[in-house]
Design a protein around this ligand. Structure first.
Ligand code: MG
Length: 158
């Protein structure tokens, strides 16, 4: 058995009147992420961590934002494809730890559904998926509600 770790990061601008989808869960809010896809920073960071663990490049390489195929796409589909790439290499996800940076709204009420959703897409137990969230204490672009960002680390085994 070989173990591999991976790191992912993503950030998107927030704008008024767009839908906010994080961790595959639609969150009622006045702002949403500007993106070619549905702008789910949390899933994008997770995808990059999984790809990184096996040195498979990054999400932009596999799902280019210039392609019509990925315009407005549900990021759960991207995650499912990345999961397939990992499986094709003979690996499976041991665990993921994801950190969301968002000033508003409070994310805690949505965390259980996010974990459940991600675990469902990845076909693993919910106890293997950690989602945490923090504000940026009002500091910088994230603190000023201009953006949302996420970090993810994963461990794969195969
Ligand atoms: Mg992104």
């Amino acid at each position: 058995m070989e173990y591999r770790t991976g790191l992912g990061y993503d950030i998107h601008r927030l704008e008024d009147g767009l839908t906010l989808t994080l961790g595959g869960v639609r969150i009622p809010h006045t702002k949403g992420c500007v993106a070619h896809s549905d702008g789910d920073v949390l899933i994008h960071a997770l995808c990059d961590a999984m790809l990184g663990a096996l040195a498979l490049g990054d999400i932009g390489q596999h799902f280019p934002d210039t392609s019509d195929e990925f315009k407005g796409i549900d990021s759960k589909i991207l995650l499912s494809r990345v999961s397939g790439m990992i499986a094709a290499k003979g690996y499976h996800l041991v665990n993921a730890d994801i950190m969301l940076l968002l000033q508003k709204p409070k994310i805690a009420p949505y965390v259980p559904r996010m974990r459940e959703t991600l675990a469902g897409v990845l076909g693993v137990g919910i106890d293997r998926i950690s989602v945490k969230a923090t504000t940026n204490e009002g500091l910088g672009p994230i603190g000023h509600e201009e953006g949302a960002a996420a970090y993810a680390t994963v461990m794969l085994a195969g």
